[in-house]
Design a protein around this ligand. Sequence first.
Ligand code: F6R
Length: 381
Amino acid sequence: MVDYPVLRYEHAAHSQEKGEYRHFMLKEIHEQPAAIANTLEGTQGEDHVLTAILGLEAETRLKDLQNIHIVACGTSCHAGLVARYWIEDQAGLPCQVEVASEYRYRQVAVPANTLLIAISQSGETADTLAALRYAKQQGYLASLAICNVAGSSLVREADWRLLTKAGPEIGVASTKAFTTQLVALLWLTTALAQVKDRAPEMISANVRALKGLPRLVEKVLHLDQHIEELATTFANKHHALFLGRGPHYPIAMEGVLKLKEISYIHAEAYAAGELKHGPLALVDENMPVVSVAPSDSLLEKLKSNLQEVGARGGQLITFACERVDMDEGEGITYLKLPWVYEAVSPIVYTVPLQLLSYHVALVKGTDVDKPRNLAKSVTVE
Ligand code: F6R
């Protein structure tokens, strides 16, 4: 007989109850400032990140990394897609991202000194676990699990680990797990930039922006009532388009996934520059077009993409920075968000999209916490 150690994981009792909230999803959306603060606790100094939290082996080997491969499913994969922009831009490392269900069945070519990152809320997703096991035979420098469950299979089997501290997520639609994954990935990008001697101002700006995130997200949560009003636009709609550019394109993809899974409205996300290559033909007064328009280097490009939609009678709902002038007009609704530092902007702009799908689902009368045909943890293929 083998004696296995018993590991105990403590969670506050209130994490299993809805409390004052109507649904777990809404509660979990509102828990994001605390979840982000918990995830960051003990990970940063004044102007640098504490790479030691990755463990001695990881800390010493970070500087050898030359490539990153990321695998994950669903929402967790969207976090990886955002991270690709950060890692290539800020750490200067080539990064590729793939859904685990595809990755596990193909022959991958792994360049020297590549880190495999597997992202998962549960750490038990069958495809992600299988992808990690497969990767371990492919000559990676190491594997890193970014996960919300400390004792999960993924965490136990990966070489290195970076835990998100979102607390238990009960609603099937992932919310706080996603934003804390993004926080962990921006932290990791900063760690990589630091060991690669990239601009110290960028590193300290990231650290400051991460510290300020819980307060910013709290501010955005106050937009709840405005977003509830916007949700009525979707009452009789069957389709929607979501647009974003740069790292906000995967945020648009995440907004679409949330809307589809809990309101059953068909939606598609496009990198806004792709619109005129086909999907513009779909735009008319019955097609709400949601766009994410932060104040970044791609804003002017996005604005001209939005004009193309407006000119076709599309109903535009745009989440934009309060400091930016946007053309007002018939069929155009703007919701203004506070100004944010560019790197953390994808995290902040996720929140109104979560609230939008939540309120649309209420309008549609669906079972928000348990959408049809879906399970919280996909442990079979
Ligand atoms: C969507 C959602 C799913 C999960 C996916 C992976 O809201 O929750 O797309 O993200 O099933 O699950 P994890 O992250 O547990 O591996």
